[in-house]
Design a protein around this ligand. Structure first.
Ligand code: NAD
Length: 295
């Protein structure tokens, strides 16, 4: 068994909302970060957003000017994998599409050292299946950050069937250094958080579809009655209704159990392009100053 190296340099593939947040927290905690995406334009936008978030932390006095500058100095960007040979850990956080992730691994792996660990931030794709598409299933695992990464305390760690103990320990040590807490999930559809959370959101859409309650009733019920910080429909809009639907589909297919069937109203919203906050409309309309319930 190959002993894992101490992790100092981290590569991140995908500079979208998750990769960008992961880069921020890693750089703030002293890791040297290389952030890759498909184009300079995407990277520029990501870095601009990241600088803006750090600047706001400075304004709120949660970060000093020096800490901001050293975090920024810790990050470099690239559109190819030539520099990834220096990385001890690479976290793949690209689009949730198995073919895209596999094609990234194909191009990335020749650049990696044999002892480098490869982790994926996938929300739902089988870790074991992704691992099997690499040359290093024992040094491959799931490292599932929550959105928004700088705010959320949890990282869900998922071992593939072949993940070795050194890999798990090295990645868990990174989570600790990032001042986050890990829980461990076996590699089953949607892991732990989304396995429990997303069917609850789907059930809220059934409750809406059946007319048991309106949007405000449903969200108010769970906020005040179950002490949830956000109502389920508000949260579904935040996550993205397309993402919620795709997780339900992974559960439905992966568990072959009808209790995970996606609610037809959720499917209809996604087909309409009503994807939640990111498209300006979901169960709420976000075009005005305040979100307005639509049903
Ligand atoms: P996103 O769409 O914001 O970002 C994806 C990024 O991947 C984009 O910048 C895109 O240009 C890039 N990309 C696509 N193909 C690429 C390629 N071939 N090489 C390099 N970069 C490529 O998506 P996101 O919300 O950041 O999600 C990324 C991953 O994180 C997914 O696997 C998703 O399931 C997971 N995740 C998302 C959330 C969430 O709430 N959004 C939470 C946890 C995990």
């Amino acid at each position: 068994m190959m002993k894992s190296v101490k992790i100092q340099k981290i590569g991140i593939v995908g500079a979208g909302q998750m990769g960008n947040g992961i880069a921020q927290v890693c750089a703030q905690c002293g890791y040297s970060v290389t952030l890759a995406d498909i184009s300079e334009a995407v990277l520029e936008k990501a870095i601009k957003g990241l600088h803006g978030r750090l600047q706001r932390l400075v304004e709120k006095e949660r970060l000093t000017q020096n800490e901001m500058e050293s975090a920024i100095a810790n990050i470099s960007t690239t559109t190819d994998y030539a520099g990834f040979g220096a990385c001890d850990l690479v976290i793949e956080a690209a689009t949730e599409n198995e073919a895209i992730k596999k094609s990234i691994f194909e191009k990335l792996i020749p650049a990696l050292r044999d002892d480098a660990i490869l982790a994926t931030n996938t929300s739902s794709i089988s870790i074991t299946r992704l691992a099997a598409a690499t040359d290093r299933p024992s040094r491959f695992m799931g490292m599932h950050f929550m959105n928004p990464v700088p705010v959320m305390a949890l990282v869900e760690l998922i071992r593939g069937i072949a993940t070795d103990d050194d890999t798990y320990t090295a990645v868990n040590d990174v989570v600790t250094k990032l001042e986050k807490t890990s829980i461990t999930s076996e590699d089953f559809p949607a892991f732990i958080v989304n396995r429990i959370l997303v069917p609850m959101l789907n059930e809220a859409v059934y409750v809406l579809q059946e007319g048991v309650g309106g949007v405000a009733d449903i969200d108010g019920a769970m906020k005040l009655g179950a002490h949830h910080p956000m109502g389920p429909l508000e949260l579904a809009d935040f996550i993205g209704l397309d993402t919620c639907l795709s997780i339900m589909q992974v559960l439905y297919d992966g568990m072959s159990d009808s209790k995970y069937r996606p609610c037809p109203l959720l499917v209809k919203y996604v087909e309409a392009g009503w994807l939640g906050r990111k498209s300006g409309r979901g169960f709420y309309d976000y075009s005005g100053d305040k979100p307005v319930a639509t049903r």
